[in-house]
Each structure stands twice: as structure tokens, then as C-alpha cells.
Design a binder for this molecule. Structure first.
Ligand code: NBP
Length: 506
């Protein structure tokens, strides 16, 4: 290190979309930052392009040089492709001289069980820490939502940086404070980050955030598609509806960008709207699937999250769908009357379904904390999602308030505010669900959210019959309504191949 270069406060490895933008955000906040990338040319170009950055950026061509540039104990953020690349980078850092007190933060979308494993595996060699980062390119650049989890002692070193670079919200309204620009970060406000718990807690919360994001996007797409077909509206008209919705309860980043997207003309064929030219096959990187998988593993009903993942899988079957459309009959979507009331009904259906999606995400975290011995503060989780992240929304202030009213809330739907919202919107929600069914329009997220609501509020379900069937064919036993929970019975069910039958305790 030359004498003119001050030791760096923090290092960052991985200069793709997220790493570059997070590095600039960190530099904007007055931290000296050293950066390294596997492909040196990427690092060199990044340094060249940002030579006028007010903060100090130091590009390092080798890992030994990178380590030598950092203050001790070193604080190193890794933003490389999630998966084996994390272990590769850690091994390379160890080979280059990383020390026991140094902190390595995996800020990518890593599977939480990998983070649990890595923290244990590297515990004698370094301090491994996980943190979710949400907000995409612009969030990383001007203020993301940061979801850290790991050793609390390690958090002390990271906390000042994370609090500085995170998105900020107004303490009274919970609304994001806008206006950050290169070299001019937002000052004041409440940072959208908080320590969430040990080992994989941060990455688990980030994963659930993404699972909710899948449903949010699916619900918005279903609302768009229903309005398009029921009211025969063009994308610009639909964009205006979403822009109007963004002024009320649905105010959120995803609704805002939806309005922008719908109004966008195609740059290739300007007479067309771009959305009409985009192929209807949605990709996925796996965090939605992980969320649904975790729900299945723990037995938590998160049907809308799973439906949102399956809807993307269905969308990907483009060629099969095109062929099936010619062969399978359904009712044809027809124009319906009452434009204003249909728009309002879809808005209510969207809001009610969104409540169910978030309820499922929080239920999942509630169960995960039992499973992994974490203690989540759900109000804090909701509060750090109010700004910076993809699911940021006015609605998250309501969730923050719900958990501050009752931190032990059994289900978000039971909070007085949300109970009222569901009661108010449910007639129109059911109307929209019926319309979708009658008109043959697939609306899996709307319908699954409604099924979640109706299933959760059903004091009596049809599972008595399932359990009786299980006992019939597999002697799996059943509990009785007139006996204590945990007391099991079995019947030798009458069947020609099973001569005698009787009820027995089991
Ligand atoms: P990518 O996930 O596309 O990863 C590209 C970076 O990883 C490049 O810097 C590449 O170096 C580096 N890399 C790879 Br690939 N394999 C490596 C290895 N074995 N050793 C060292 N470096 C390696 O980047 P991203 O989109 O910026 O995302 C980074 C992380 O943040 C991911 O976990 C992602 O899931 C998460 N995330 C992304 C977003 C988003 O909007 N993109 C949002 C939130 C979270 P190279 O230049 O030499 O190829």
C-alpha cells in the first residue's frame, strides 16, 4: 500500500450489479473502501468509471494486496453469485492471509442453511456473517433494506456501515425518505436495517422477503390481466389505474413500477406498448422455491407463496400452453359492465390477497424461529422492509404497527386493522374470484389467498374425512371431538376382505 492511500475501512469482493452499487453507496458515506473482483478488468473499469467519486475507492488486483489494504480486524463484504462461489472466495481469502478476528459478510442471496453451515465451518478461522440485501441496483446504490444475521460481536463491526448505507424512512410516517443522489446520501431518518439473530436468521428473513415478493408480483399481474380482459383496457389505461391505486392503501414500489411499465411504449415498434411485446414466460432464480420448500418442510400453510412459484413454472410452459389453448375448451373472457365497480373490486381483492400473502410470510418466520432457535421481532422485520427493498410499501407501516400493538400476534389477519380491511374487502374479493372462475381466467394467487382466508377462519374443516380415510386404508388412527387431544382411536373398518370390525383406542 502506498503512503498516500489510507487503510480501507471495509473491503468488497464481487463487482457485478450489486457489488458495484453497494461499493459506491459505502464510499458516498465517507468510508474508505477497497474492492476486488475475480476478473481484474472489471475492477479496473469500475475504478476508471468512478475516479471522481468523493469517497476513497481502492482497486486491488490480488487478494494479498486487498487484505493488506484493509484495517484490522478486516470487514469484508462478499457479493458474488450465491452457492459454491462463496466457499471458493472464503478459501482464497484464507490462503491469502485472512485472520481469525476478520469478518466476512456474505451479502448475497444465500440459502440460510448454507449460512448456518458456513458460520460453524469457519468459526475457528474467521467470523462469518450473513446479510440479505434487497432493493436491486438502485437500492444497493442509494439505500437498500439490509437483513443481517450472525455473531452479535461481529455485528458491532458491521453495524455503523450498514446503518449508514441502508435506506432511511421517516420515523413518524414510515415512508421512505427520497432524494439520495451520487455523493449526496440521505441524512436523518430511521435506517432500514436491524440485527435479526444468529447464523442464518438474516438470510432466512431475506428469503421470506423474496417469497412475499413473488406473491406480490403475481397478484399485481393477475389484477392487470383480469382488468385487461374483463374491461378490454389498453396498457396505458391500465397504467393509469395502477398509478391511481398507488395514491392509496396499495402505495408501493411494485405498484409504482407497474404503472410505469404499463405506460411504456415499445422502443422497437413505438405504436405498441412494450408490455404487449414481452414474452409471457417469467424466470426465477430460486428464492421463491426455497420459501415454498421451507413452508412444506415445516408444515406451514403458505399456499399463495407456493402458487406464485407454480404460476411462474406454468408461465414457462409457453409452447405447451399455446398448443393446449387450441385443444382445451373453457369459457371465453367477455367484457363485463360496471367499469368503476370492477376496478374497485379488483383493488379490494388485491389488498385482501396481499394481507394473506404477508400473513403467510410472517407465519413462516414464526415457525422458523422455533426450528432454528431464533427470536424474531416481527415489528422490526416489518419496519426494515418499509424502505429500500422491492416489497417496500405503505402497508408495511400497518404491519409494523400491528406487531407493536401485539408482538405475540398469532396471525397478521387477526390484527384489528387487518381484520377490518379483510371484512371490508371480502365481498368484492369473492366477486373477483367468481368472475375469474366464470370467465376462465387463471388467478391462482387471488384464489389461493382467498382459500387461505377461508381455510384459516374455518372452525371446522373437512380434514375429519381425510383422517378417517387414513385410518381406513392405513390404520393411521384418529382423534375424536369428544375425547382429549392426543388420545388416538382406530376402527377395524367394515370391508368384505376384513370380516370383524370394532373401535379401539390406539
Ligand atoms: P451475480 O450473482 O451475477 O454474480 C456475479 C459476480 O460473482 C461477479 O463479480 C463474478 O466475478 C463473481 N463470481 C462468480 Br459468478 N463466481 C465467482 C468465484 N468463483 N469467485 C469469485 N467471484 C465469483 O452478481 P449480482 O447480480 O451482483 O448479485 C450478487 C449477489 O447478490 C447474488 O447472491 C445475488 O443473488 C444477490 N442479489 C442480487 C440482486 C440483483 O438485483 N441482481 C438483488 C439482491 C440480491 P467475475 O466478474 O469474475 O465473473
Amino acid at each position: 500500500m502506498s503512503d498516500s492511500v489510507k487503510p480501507a475501512d471495509v473491503g468488497l469482493i464481487g463487482l457485478a450489479v450489486m457489488g458495484k452499487n453497494l461499493a459506491l453507496n459505502i464510499a458516498d458515506h465517507g468510508f474508505n473502501i477497497a474492492v476486488f473482483n475475480r476478473t481484474t478488468a472489471v475492477m479496473q473499469e469500475f475504478i476508471r468509471e468512478n475516479s471522481s467519486t468523493p469517497g476513497q475507492l481502492t482497486g486491488c488486483e490480488t487478494l494479498p494486496l486487498f487484505l493488506a489494504t484493509l484495517k484490522k480486524p478486516r470487514v469484508i463484504i462478499i457479493l458474488v453469485k450465491a452457492g459454491p462461489a462463496i466457499d471458493t472466495v472464503v478459501s482464497q481469502l484464507l490462503a491469502a492471509g485472512l485472520e481469525k478476528d476478520d469478518l466476512v459478510i456474505d451479502a448475497g442471496n444465500s440459502l440460510w442453511t448454507d449460512t448456518i453451515r458456513r458460520e460453524k465451518q469457519y468459526s475457528t478461522q474467521l467470523k462469518f456473517f450473513g446479510s440479505g440485501v434487497s432493493g436491486g441496483e438502485l437500492g444497493a446504490r442509494f439505500g437498500p433494506s439490509l437483513m443481517p444475521g450472525g455473531d452479535p460481536a461481529a455485528w458491532k463491526h458491521l453495524e455503523p456501515i450498514w446503518r449508514a448505507i441502508a435506506a432511511k424512512v421517516d420515523p413518524k410516517t414510515g415512508q421512505p425518505i427520497p432524494g439520495a443522489a451520487p455523493g449526496k446520501p440521505v441524512t436523518g431518518g430511521v435506517p432500514c436495517t436491524a440485527y435479526l439473530g444468529p447464523d442464518g436468521a438474516g438470510h432466512y428473513v431475506k428469503m421470506v422477503h423474496n417469497g412475499i415478493e413473488y406473491v406480490d408480483m403475481q397478484l399485481i399481474s393477475e389484477a392487470y390481466y383480469l382488468l385487461k380482459h374483463l374491461l378490454k383496457l389498453n396498457p396505458a389505461e391500465l397504467g393509469d389505474i395502477f398509478a391511481q391505486w398507488n395514491q392509496g392503501d396499495l402505495d408501493s414500489y411494485l405498484i409504482e413500477i407497474t404503472a410505469d411499465i404499463l405506460r411504456q411504449r415499445d422502443p422497437v415498434k413505438p405504436r405498441k406498448f412494450l408490455v404487449d411485446m414481452v414474452l409471457d414466460a417469467a424466470g426465477q432464480k430460486g428464492t421463491g422455491k426455497w420459501t415454498a420448500g421451507s413452508a412444506l418442510d415445516m408444515g406451514v400453510p403458505a399456499n399463495s407463496i407456493a402458487e406464485a412459484v407454480f404460476a411462474r413454472c406454468m408461465s414457462a410452459l409457453k409452447e405447451e400452453r399455446v398448443s393446449a389453448a387450441r385443444q382445451l375448451k373453457g369459457s371465453k373472457p367477455a367484457r363485463v359492465s360496471g367499469k368503476t365497480s370492477i376496478i374497485e373490486a379488483v383493488r379490494q381483492a388485491l389488498y385482501c390477497s396481499k394481507i394473506c400473502a404477508y400473513a403467510q410470510g410472517f407465519q413462516l418466520m414464526r415457525q422458523a424461529q422455533e426450528e432454528y432457535h431464533w427470536t424474531f421481532d416481527f415489528g422490526t422485520i416489518a419496519s426494515i422492509w418499509r424502505g429500500g427493498c422491492i416489497i417496500r410499501a405503505r402497508f408495511l407501516q400497518k404491519i409494523t404497527q400491528a406487531y407493536s400493538r401485539n408482538p405475540a400476534l398469532t396471525n397478521l389477519m387477526l390484527d384489528p386493522y387487518f381484520k377490518k380491511a379483510l371484512a371490508k374487502g371480502q365481498r368484492q374479493w369473492r366477486q373477483v374470484a367468481s368472475l375469474a372462475i366464470q370467465q376462465g381466467i387463471a388467478a391462482p394467487a387471488f384464489l389461493s389467498a382467498l382459500a387461505y382466508y377461508d381455510g384459516y377462519r374455518a372452525a371446522v374443516s373437512p380434514a375429519n374425512l381425510i383422517q378417517a380415510q387414513r385410518d381406513y386404508f392405513g390404520a393411521h388412527t384418529y382423534e375424536r371431538l369428544d375425547a382429549a387431544r392426543g388420545e388416538f382411536f382406530h376402527l377395524d373398518w367394515p370391508h368384505p376382505q376384513r370380516p370383524q370390525h370394532q373401535t379401539t383406542g390406539a
